[in-house]
Design a protein around this ligand. Sequence first.
Ligand code: IVH
Length: 723
Amino acid sequence: MSETDPTASPETSVAELTPRRARLEHKRLAAEVQAANDAYFQDDQPIMDDASYDAKRRRLVALEEAFPELKDADGVSGKVGAKASGKFAKIRHRVPMLSLDNAFSDEAVAEFAARVYRFLGRKEEAGIAFTAEPKIDGLSLSLRYEKGELVSAATRGDGEEGEDVTVNARTISEIPHVLTGEDVPEIAEVRGEVYLGHADFAGINQRQREKGLPEFANPRNAAAGSLRQLDATITAARPLRFFAYAWGEMPVLPAATQSGVVEAFERWGFRTNPLMKRCESVAEMVVQYRLIESQRATLGYDIDGVVYKVDDLSLQARLGFVSRAPRWAIAHKFPAELATTILEAIDIQVGRTGALSPVARLKPVTVGGVVVTNATLHNEDYIRGYDSKGERIRDGEPPDIRVGDTVTVKRAGDVIPRVAAVDLSKRPADAVPYVFPTHCPICGSEAVREHNPRTGKEDAVRRCTGGLICAAQTVERLKHFVSRDALDIDGLGDKQIEFFHTDPDLPVKAPADIFTLAARDEANFKKLKDKEGFGAVSAKKLFEAIEAARRPPLNRFIFGLGIRHVGETNARLLARNYGSFQGLREAVAAAADPASPQRQELDAIDGVGPTVVEALLQFFGEPHNQEMLDRLLVEVAPQPLEAVATASPVAGKVVVFTGALERMTRDEAKAMAERLGAKVAGSVSSKTDLLVAGPGAGSKLKDAAKHGVEVIDEAGWFDLVGG
Ligand code: IVH
């Protein structure tokens, strides 16, 4: 045991501990177990694996047995619940499980409908029917039936891959084991929401209380915790329920409309929501929304909005998806919930791009069933109450926000809670205006507000200029690199990145360092498995997960680099356009010359605007980034995107659309071409393979002639791609 940390070695037998050491170790363990409980029961985000949790808990109990005076000190040992495990087998979804875009107002719903009409090139009079149904606040589940029999059940996970909870799902009485009815297809993946009713939720928490165990924060967390139990008898004892509302793989559909398929679900033995209605207009949709909202309090289960879906499935197919959400559906969320509390402090967090974000530390308050202790204050102007032009940002008095103020906190769905208003009548006499730092609180570099050259406006965000010398930026970039939508390395989350960043034995300062961890650990005298928070199993698993991440899909790799303005969608566009990382890197290097053909190609990628081009040039033009990439590419080999449809005659081709199209709108044409693996460009160059020209085509036809590009009309396009 070291001198500096008397609590470091859990191996020391309890009997050998002095009371002081026992007290210190008890305090530390109690805090860790409490944090794990909160993460699990309050946030439904486990931060510890089962084995470490159980080990810590056992040690805590042993300490209390040997030193009974510790029992009352923190009181968590008796309250330790059976924490669910994250150790389920994975199931890859054959059809991804998508999320929904949100609308927060009637206007936003009207805009959604207008987008649908525009995309399909229909006039509003043509009439498109939408379904409206409650958005259940539970967790989604995909049930696979083969020849009518339930064969597997998977959680959503990251949408591509979920957890195999088949055994647990079978204990839910509202999930049929066998489907009934004439029209049950050979293969049917039925999707819907697992949830808990209010009364059952109260009962579960009552039993938790009686056993001295922690309570769940809300029904959704309780439902998630109950479903994701390694011991399915626990799931069976929790009265989980299920509404069916969507589907995955189902080669033969029982109807041609959304509402028709849901009706079939009911015939097959599922419960479907009785408040689902087919609406002929936006006005009807909003009426149904108001009706559902008015029943919200008496439904007996949590809902957080209304989902609208285009009813006609052939239209759904034409509309397709953007990123991870369908163009044919939207969630109309209920208004945010409010609570009043005291602003105790303002902290500044430094993000991946150096942005200084003010965070309100609040006296804990329950907002819509969740305890909130932090909320965003957006930026410097928001705190001051005026933007850089001197315009008021919030209505009401006072304009500014001060530490000590009584504030209204707003929380809408999964969105981060925010400080929305201040009550001046309660402002303490000694409250002083908040002074926003002009230097980075982490590295001390100057923090500045940039001017946007295009708009001439001052950026609302103040950014640390420390770049790579700023530890906060480095750590946040690393977290982003390994995050779920980027390299997705299991067991390497925010906490572990923070640990490795400062660990003297296995420092990780740049992405490449992650991939040398195992080799460095091998060579080290002090092993990772002997360190606090790790163990032989978790260290081994971590190294395996890192090994498995050496061949990331190109789009995720590009996204993971954290280039400003390059989100998932742009990363995918770039991956598709350049095919390989080498290709992208060389092209962007050459594109630094504004007159180069590479620059023209970059500018021509549909969807990649000038801000993104600028950000790419800047990122690849920075020698530090080039060094970082050189080191990283020794370790990892990004994999080109599988051609979306290699069999398609336009896969890999560069296509340009021009002139009027009759059977489809321009957006639809673009989406269709991309689905078939083509790249859509906005202008004709020597790289163009095909120009699809409708009536009224102009200069692009001349360009095509100049570059010898093949030209076809819309009918020719449909002949080519097959209907
Ligand atoms: S449809 C392709 N319908 O909301 C669209 N989702 O924010 C698939 N949800 O992951 C989803 N009630 O867990 C749909 N009536 C409903 C829903 C619903 C709840 C959840 C679902 C989904 C999330 C998206």
